[in-house]
Design a protein around this ligand. Sequence first.
Ligand SMILES: [Fe+2]
Ligand SMILES: [Fe+2]
Length: 190
Amino acid sequence: MSQTKGTKDPNDVVELLRQQHVRIRALFEEVTATKGEERKASFHELVRLLAVHETAEEEVVHPFARKNIDGGEQVVKDRVAEEEKAKEVLAQLDDMDPESPEFLDRFAALREDVLAHADAEERHEFAYFRQAADKSKLENLGRAVKAAEALAPTRPHPGTDTAPKNIAVGPVAAVVDRTRDAVRKVMGGG
Ligand SMILES: [Fe+2]
Ligand SMILES: [Fe+2]
């Protein structure tokens, strides 16, 4: 079969964003299902991934949607408001003890909000991208999303001690700034 419906372009922005949503969802599960150091590591990974994901969306994905899909202004306005709120809560959680009851309460609320947000993006925004732009435009947006993703930490593989070069460390705000710079560099160059 040379042509299947399920053939996916790994550089397509919609595909990349959906994959990040899947990983975000999995990390929320992991944080809830673990304790101690394991929970800290999962939470750390989630915070950084979410920060780079939402920042890349704000920088390139939403501006594209605003201009190119029907009712884009309003759809994007709602999504950006949800992202602002999520980033605020993330920064608060980042300063808390992941074992505290307060952390768990706020984390559960954030999880609900973020998953609803991702779902709304997929249904009201990304679903229209393929009719709004051609393959090369979607790949161009995908490059920016990939540049952002490269800043998110990945768990070190056992037996290796080489850390990724551009690992995102520090407070959420710093990760957001660094992501913004990386994304703008890619978009400015093309
Ligand atoms: Fe988002
Ligand atoms: Fe998203």
